[in-house]
Design a protein around this ligand. Structure first.
Ligand code: DQQ
Length: 532
């Protein structure tokens, strides 16, 4: 297969060619899902940014349309950067986005559908009263971008937050408006955190304290928590907190369930950035989109002719323990499942390698329920091991342990010259077992100039009953993994040279001295989605 084709996805969103980054303005409107995204119409590197546009009725199969928002006015002449959609009363969609003006200042603009009766909302107009918000009164004009979906307060005013920083303090600047035209900056940011640097693509939304249903952005009252997510420009990863947002004071205060800095909770501990959620009023759920960038070199991207994909949309809800979010691929992805294999009650002793045959291992959905025996022999957890990624680097898939490493070898060549390992290790902690989840790409390809970083996250799950599950969505150059039913997620991008197409194999392995059992394994060949 050609270099252009071999790493392209079968069911993850991407355009036919060129560079893409952040998902923008996702929304559900009159029965149609819209996805806009940062796009370079002229090449496979970042630049010339417009809002490309695709529509879908199931979030899996997509029809491309012409770019919806592109430089055409002084207030966006140098670029149309990220932003969000808001459905205004009377069922009128609006988009807030960052424009780059002639002096390269970042300003916030609004755009409306030109013809509301076009079900595809193809054309968007930008009123001449733009920009709505300019970087004045001490706001840094190169650190002022990515407006969120707006929400409505009990006082009848709209609110929106914009990512920013003041020196090293990252912040979400708040604006209010009565009419969506005139916007006033609030005295205090909605939230800020020292030493985190620029906050890109903030996202604030309500989650229910019980159940999985999503909530409208303006939902308020009892039984609700809020989530604030930010993308850290310095680190190129995101973190979020669960907290309390008070409409009266317009302040957000994180709970103490996780650190409010880059050591805090993450949607995804791998390649996942500039994400955004939206409320799907049709299915009453909140859906998360995230950009998965490449791990190969810029030169390779130019040779491939494309760079960047979007994740499989994930439903998000608050874990019943209230400490974190849970994420799970939207159920529509299951419509692509084809040939299925299933095994039950397979024992995996130390050194066992069990091949899952007969499915297309390069384009697959695999779900394994493990059952652990006694945890008595687990290695002891050293409390100084606070960085899960570092721990996964030191204890990669080839380093034996007591309980684990066990998990999947994916995108593997038959002689194991190439493979990636998605696996767990269980440690004896001070109060309860510590579960570590890793995605080890160090052997993913024989190519040298590829980022093969190993990723890791701890999994906040109760395993006293011995149950622990792992699901991976495998898609040629994508490994999107969900530990413990979506409590910890890790995405990796890989570029094998042997493990390509029908030369790809899939295994379950155990390199721990303790036996683990596969209580149930289901794996499916995945069909191709119709994408763009
Ligand atoms: N990408 C956009 C910005 C945003 C950044 C520009 C995040 O609006 O801050 O393409 O990836």
């Amino acid at each position: 297969s050609s270099v252009t084709e071999r790493y392209r996805t079968g069911y993850h969103f991407q355009p036919p060619k060129n560079w893409i980054n952040d998902p923008n303005g996702p929304m559900y409107y009159n029965g149609i899902y819209h996805l806009f995204y940062q796009y370079n119409p002229k090449g496979a590197v970042w630049g010339n940014i417009v809002w490309a546009h695709s529509v879908s009725t199931d979030l899996i199969n997509w029809t491309p349309l012409d770019p919806a928002i592109y430089p055409s006015k002084p207030f966006d002449t140098n670029g149309c950067w990220s932003g969000s959609a808001t459905i205004l009363p009377g069922n009128r969609p609006a988009i807030l986005y960052t424009g780059i003006d002639p002096s390269n200042r970042q300003v916030q603009n609004v755009a409306y559908p030109k013809n509301i009766s076009d079900p595809m909302l193809r054309e968007w107009i930008k009123p001449d009263y733009n920009p709505l918000m300019a970087p004045i009164n001490g706001i840094n004009s190169s650190s002022f971008r990515d407006p969120t979906t707006a929400w409505h307060g009990p006082d009848g005013r709209w609110r929106v937050i914009i990512g920013s920083k003041k020196r090293r303090r990252g912040m979400a600047i708040l604006y209010r408006s009565k009419d969506f035209v005139h916007w006033m900056k609030a005295k205090h940011p909605l939230h800020s955190s020292k030493n985190t640097g620029m906050w890109e693509c903030p996202d604030l939304y309500p989650v229910s304290k019980s159940g999985r249903n999503g909530l409208d952005p303006s939902a308020n009252g009892k039984g609700i928590k809020h989530v604030l997510k930010v993308s850290l420009d310095d680190k190129k990863f995101e973190y979020y907190t669960i907290g309390h947002y008070t409409f009266q004071t317009d302040r957000y205060v994180p709970d103490d369930t996780s650190a409010d800095n880059s050591t805090g909770l993450r949607y995804d501990y791998g390649k996942f950035y500039a994400s955004k959620t939206f409320y799907d009023s049709g299915m009453k759920r909140r859906v998360l989109w995230g950009w998965m960038n490449e791990s190969d070199s810029t030169i390779s991207d130019i040779t491939k002719g494309w760079a960047g994909i979007q994740c499989i949309p994930r439903q998000v809800w608050l874990d019943s323990n209230g400490r974190q979010l849970v994420q799970w691929p939207i159920k529509e992805v299951e419509s692509l499942r084809q040939y299925k294999v299933q095994f039950q009650n397979r024992v995996l002793a130390n050194g066992d390698l069990f091949e899952v045959k007969k499915i297309t291992a390069a384009e697959a959905d695999i779900m394994v329920d493990f059952h652990l025996g006694s945890l008595d022999k687990a290695d002891t957890f050293d409390p100084t091991w606070t960085d899960p990624q570092l721990l996964c680097n030191q204890k990669g898939a080839n380093v034996p342990g007591s309980i684990g490493p066990f998990g999947l070898l994916v995108m593997a060549s038959s002689g194991l010259e190439e493979y990636s390992a998605v696996f767990f290790r269980i440690f004896k902690g001070q109060h309860k077992p510590v579960v570590l989840m890793c995605s080890d790409q160090s052997r993913s390809t024989l190519q040298p100039d590829v980022d093969k970083t190993t990723y890791g996250g701890f999994v906040d799950v109760d395993i006293e009953d011995g149950k622990l599950s792992l699901r991976s969505l495998i898609d040629h150059s994508v490994i999107e993994s969900f530990g413990a039913l979506g409590r910890t997620c890790i995405t990796a991008r890989v570029y094998p040279t042997i493990a390509i197409g029908n030369k790809v194999h899939l295994y379950v392995f155990n390199l721990g001295t303790e036996t683990v059992k596969i209580s149930n394994l289901k794996a499916w060949s995945m069909g191709k989605a119709k994408i763009n």
